[in-house]
Design a protein around this ligand. Structure first.
Ligand code: ADP
Ligand code: ASP
Ligand code: MG
Length: 415
């Protein structure tokens, strides 16, 4: 794997999240772990997130100036969070006697499109990183950021350092991408909500994609997408313990594929309903094209059968995109002669996920029964081949996760 730097040593990429670098002692702890990986005979690239809640703090600062900060400037501001942690880590490594170099996303060769605040990586030019590795250095890269062809700094969306790490692992042809965080693996549900949740030893990309896409923020969705496309194994483990963690990879045995593997939840959900939509061709295109142009991703879409050629159309978006979505939708509502438009931002979603659901009856019925018995009203339902999702009131999300975890017996036995 490491031929490009001219020796036989493996290359590994390690990523440490915000809580793992929250203060100087934790940064020293990360430095010791990185040194151990290096002393075990690996070339090491490290990706770090901003310290603790730095990103939230920077967003709040910009919002003190104005409700709608300019997106280009905001991206530069947010990128500074990761510059602080990556330079401090390089300083710590050097002070411990190891040669290291910090690189911003741009210096590391992370090229992106120009969609500020949710840019996508278009290419990783790994030359600089490989040169530094070849010189024996530990390369420390600022997560969550890249640069456009116009040399503007971009960020990759909240939680995006995971995506930086997997993209770099692919770029330097690493053997594995290891992500270290404040939990010691991927669990059957968020362990903060379900204390009985079980750690999964291994999970396939397909199931992990659905978990991450349904709100399990332990990995950024796009990091799993990249991992799957390039077949890059991803480890999720603790930065504070030596517990073995969860490995995400291809080609799992039949037994672990054959059941519900996890429950995911998401509180970042809002619903938009367009009332009295004329039932004729072209309406949906007008609406969803306008949303796509504004880079708003739409999740669930439900259109009722029409009565007297009039129907209602409901869709969900991230709550953080609701204001922008309403701004986009309002003129379209007028232009298509719909009656009006209403929104509800106090929603959440809960999903059951598992390849075992494919072609097997009974999962939906069991899910709805558990929700009913917990007194939870379901507003919308969507499915994929390996997932069933219910949109519900935000206040009921935690109860729903616990009820479903119990109903599908995820607290018991081998997972
Ligand atoms: P980092 O800052 O290290 O990137 P995050 O806060 O983004 O960490 O992700 C880790 C958190 O993800 C955990 O603290 C946990 O609360 C949450 N989480 C949600 N769903 C799961 C799950 N199924 N398994 C493990 N952690 C989960
Ligand atoms: N610092 C960024 C955030 O808080 C990116 C990351 O942590 O992955 O979202
Ligand atoms: Mg994260």
């Amino acid at each position: 794997m490491a031929q490009e730097i001219g020796d036989y040593m493996a290359i590994i990429v390690q990523k440490y999240g915000g809580s793992s670098v929250a203060d100087v002692d934790k940064i020293r702890n990360v430095a010791r772990r990185v040194i151990k990986a290096k002393e075990n005979g690996n070339n090491v690239v490290v990706v770090v997130s901003a310290m603790g809640k730095t990103t939230d703090g920077l967003i709040a600062l910009a919002r003190q100036v104005t409700d709608h900060p300019d997106v280009r400037e905001l991206d530069v501001l947010l990128s500074t969070g990761e510059l602080v942690s990556c330079t401090l880590l390089a300083i710590a490594l050097k002070s411990m006697g190891h040669d290291a170099i910090s690189l911003s996303g741009a210096q590391a060769g992370i090229q992106t499109d120009s969609v500020h605040s949710k840019a996508r990586i278009t290419n990783v030019e790994a030359k600089r990183m490989l040169k530094e590795l070849k010189a024996g250095k530990i390369v420390v890269v600022a997560g969550f950021q890249g640069i456009t062809s116009e040399m503007d700094v971009t960020t990759l969306g909240r939680g995006g350092s995971d995506t930086t790490a997997v993209a770099l692992a692919i770029g330097v042809k690493a053997d594995i991408c290891e992500t270290y965080t404040d939990v010691d693996g991927v669990y059957t549900a968020d362990p903060r909500i379900v204390p009985e949740a079980q750690k999964l030893k291994v999970i396939g990309y397909e199931e992990m994609l659905e978990l991450a896409g349904s709100g399990a923020k332990v990995l950024h969705l796009r990091s799993v997408e990249l991992g799957e496309i390039y077949n890059m194994p991803i480890l999720v483990a603790s930065s504070f313990t030596e517990a073995p963690g969860t490995i995400i990879k291809r080609g799992l045995e039949m037994e672990v594929r054959n059941k519900v593997r996890g429950i995911a939840h998401d509180l970042n959900v809002a619903k938009v309903t367009i009332l009295g939509v004329p039932d004729k061709p072209g309406i949906a295109t007008k609406l969803f094209e306008a949303l796509a142009k504004a880079n708003i991703s739409v999740d669930t879409i439900v259109q009722n059968a029409s009565v007297e050629r009039i129907t209602d159309l409901t869709f969900t978006v991230a709550r953080t995109d609701l204001d922008e979505a309403m701004r986009v939708v309002e003129p379209v509502v007028k232009s298509i002669n719909a009656k009006g438009c209403v929104s509800d931002s106090k929603l959440g979603k809960v999903s059951i996920i598992g390849t075992g659901m494919q072609n097997t009856p009974g999962y939906a019925a069991k899910m709805f029964k558990a929700m009913f018995e917990a007194g939870i009203n379901i507003e919308l339902i969507t499915t994929s081949e390996i997932r069933i999702t219910c949109i519900i009131h935000e206040d009921k999300v935690k109860d729903a996760v616990r009820a479903l975890h119990k109903a599908f017996e995820l607290d018991k036995g081998e997972v």
